[in-house]
Design a protein around this ligand. Structure first.
Ligand code: PXG
Length: 460
């Protein structure tokens, strides 16, 4: 770029022209070429600022991760101090660092009682690759190497590496990346989608039991000698905040126990306060064997994830000698130091109690009020996340044709009005930082209603 050209450009145009070299995740490059990316320059609390100076209410906490909000001095200070003291050292070959050690002990303290060990990595996807390695290793060591199949669910999201996207149930990802052997999918407990499919109401509890029974049927069909584990998010996040019926999880637990297969609870979104409990596992009393974690562990300030391993699984793995698995950045000291500062801040501010007792009920009430809008067929959620399903006919479970792209169009109105709400198909999903206040929830309610009105006018 010549200097004269650069001087003529606005700040936004300058970043956008540089960004032309950037391959964006989950983005159509042709669309981006037509309308370049919005550039986010800074952030504070629950607000982002873009390069045109707009102040945007971030009701997605980044990508479901900035749980303690932007600009937290403790987290910034922790990174600064640790990067000076020791910017990197690894956790291979019988070595550790103070942050990796302390973080693993803190996780043992805050997690359900049968968890005392964590393997570290840098993302939720790596965590789920690790899950697969651990599940297969466990059954090998148990003398049952034929137990290889992991059952997952359609419309689940477990990440984007080949193993994690195979575990996930997103068809459009499988179409591009293929799917590894030994992963199968059953129907999700999506009551709303089922009612739309049938065009009538169905009993929620009965549907929950049937969705659980699909797992048992799959185990019977494959033969229990081949089945290693069932993996699921306690509440599906990226699939559209699918809250299962109350009958679902007790029955799934019973089925996993009955057949003696491992239960993996993917806590990447549900973990660290999102449900109003420390883990989604606490919310549903799941007692899983493995828990992949990431995102809210560091409030997204630095990339860190992990797999928490229940005692009985760890005993077997530990007895097996060398674990041939690890990443350069497993237990990265700066990332771990930020995660420690994040967890300490969460503890000191009692944020999980505040969410459970005060702000989440208020937020859920606000979502239900938005559910009264003529465009919204269902408002659902738990704790500090939820979804609004946009429909053509509110009373008869009639969706818009998918080519109408109702969700995307509503999302565009949100962006124009400085509100981040994400569209998953026609579900508008919301997952604000846990520190969001009642006043900010009111602001969200007003902005969201306005955007729903605009979308309603455009779509009907
Ligand atoms: N498990 C779950 C439950 C997730 O939600 C991952 C694993 C993978 O984490 P990493 O850190 O590898 O991205 C996720 C990630 C979206 C969106 O558009 C959701 C995620 C990631 C990117 C986009 O809703 N979830």
């Amino acid at each position: 770029m010549s200097q004269a050209t650069a001087a003529d450009m606005s700040k936004t145009e300058k970043w956008q022209s540089l960004d032309a070299h950037h391959v964006h995740p989950f983005t159509n490059p042709a669309e981006l070429k037509q309308k370049p990316a919005r550039i986010i320059e800074s952030a504070d609390g629950v607000y982002l600022t873009d390069s045109d100076g707009n102040r945007i209410l971030d009701m997605m906490a980044g990508l479901w991760c900035v749980n303690m909000g932007y600009g937290q001095p403790d987290l910034i200070e922790a990174a600064h101090t640790q990067i000076q003291q020791l910017p990197y050292y690894n956790a291979f070959f019988k070595t550790s660092t103070p942050p990796a050690a302390e973080l693993s002990a803190m996780l043992a303290e805050i997690s359900p009682e049968n968890f005392h060990r964590t393997f570290f990595c840098s993302s939720g996807s790596e965590a789920n690759d690790t899950v697969l390695r651990l599940v297969w290793r466990y059954w090998d060591l148990m003398g049952k190497p034929d137990k290889r199949v992991v059952i997952s669910r359609k419309n689940a999201y477990h990440g984007s590496t080949i193993a994690a996207s195979s575990l996930g149930g997103m068809d459009y990802m499988h179409k591009q990346g293929g799917i590894i052997p030994d992963v199968v999918h059953v129907d999700e407990p999506n009551w709303f989608a089922k009612r739309c499919e049938l065009g009538r109401d169905i009993d929620r509890d009965e549907f929950g039991r049937e969705a659980a029974q699909a797992i048992a049927n799959k185990i019977e069909q494959l033969g229990v000698d081949r089945v290693a584990a069932f993996i699921a998010e306690p509440i599906q996040g990226a699939g559209g905040v699918i809250v299962p019926p109350d009958t679902y999880w007790p029955e799934v637990k019973r089925i996993c126990d009955h057949y003696g297969i491992l239960l993996v609870a993917d806590e990447v979104i549900c973990g660290f306060g999102r449900t109003g409990e420390w883990f989604g596992t606490n919310y549903y009393d799941l007692k899983p064997d493995l828990m992949p974690i990431a995102k809210g562990l560091s409030s997204g300030y630095l990339p860190i994830g992990g797999v928490m391993v229940a005692d009985r699984v760890m005993e077997t793995i530990a007895a097996g000698g060398d674990l041939a698995h690890g990443y350069t950045y497993s237990g990265h000291p700066v990332c771990a130091a930020v995660a420690i500062a994040n967890l300490k801040l969460m503890q000191r501010t009692n944020i999980v109690d505040t969410v459970r007792e005060s702000t989440a009920p208020y937020f859920q009430q606000k979502l239900r009020e938005l559910g009264e809008h003529p465009l919204v067929g269902e408002a659902r959620g738990v704790g500090m996340f939820g979804a609004l399903e946009l429909v053509k006919d509110k009373h008869n479970y009639v969706r818009f044709h998918k080519d109408v792209k109702a969700g995307d169009r509503c999302r565009d109105f949100c962006i124009e009005n400085n509100l981040v709400m994400r569209a998953v198909g026609d579900a508008m999903v919301v997952s604000p930082p846990l520190i969001v206040t009642r006043e900010q929830i009111d602001e969200f309610g007003e902005l969201a209603w306005k955007c729903l009105d605009l979308a309603h006018d455009a779509l009907t």
